[in-house]
Design a protein around this ligand. Structure first.
Ligand code: IMP
Ligand code: MG
Length: 180
């Protein structure tokens, strides 16, 4: 698995420290609000898990699954819900937790859905932001790291369901997906 990585972009300790900073910031800003943290499966699972363990306020979690990618590295442009939330978002303060915002299509679709439900507030927290490839305009409230226009894997992010368990963020060698 390590042989498929061209370069480590964000080391494990740097990741963990930044996640702690984000958790402290969220704990401060959501004091007394019992926010509903929405993990966008599957990529955001590791990030969300570390994030909430470092948050010091009462909160609840729920999961949502969307798809736009298939097995490739380019968005199909079409977003579908594979799994909706278990809980009602009525009058709740939502924090959408994402692994990466790339084209922004997934996020703009999710925000549109939540705007049609009666939430109190909706904010977005993403581990990674790849701004060069944005095609849908989205407002991101909390960003872990900005990354260059490269295909990255690890710490929850996959290529064809692999590499999610790497503890760092790495750039995948192009030869792994070049015959797509
Ligand atoms: P978007 O809709 O294009 O903003 O991105 C949607 C999803 O594509 C993200 O939540 C990721 O699961 C996936 N994705 C985008 N860029 C990458 C990448 O560099 N590595 C792994 N997954 C990615
Ligand atoms: Mg993915």
């Amino acid at each position: 698995m390590l042989g498929d990585i061209k370069e480590i972009l964000i080391e494990e300790n740097i990741l963990k420290n930044r996640v702690k900073e984000l958790a402290a910031q969220l704990s401060e800003e959501y004091k007394g609000k019992n926010p509903l943290i929405i993990c966008v499966l599957k990529g955001a699972v590791l990030f969300m898990s570390d994030l909430i363990q470092n948050m010091s306020i009462p909160l609840e979690i729920d999961f949502m699954a969307t798809t736009s990618y298939g097995s490739g590295t380019k968005s199909s442009g079409e977003v579908r819900i594979l799994k909706d939330l278990d809980k009602s978002v009525d009058n709740r303060d939502l924090i959408i937790v994402e692994d990466i915002v790339d084209s922004g299509l997934t996020l703009s679709y999710l925000i549109k859905i939540f705007n049609d439900r009666h939430t109190k507030s909706v904010k977005v927290c993403t581990l990674l932001d790849k701004p060069d490839r944005r095609s849908a305009e989205v407002k991101i409230d909390y960003i872990g790291f900005e990354v260059p226009d490269e295909f990255v894997v690890g710490y929850g992010l996959d290529y064809d369901e692999k590499y999610r368990n790497l503890p760092f963020i790495g750039i995948l060698k192009e030869e792994i997906y070049s015959n797509e």
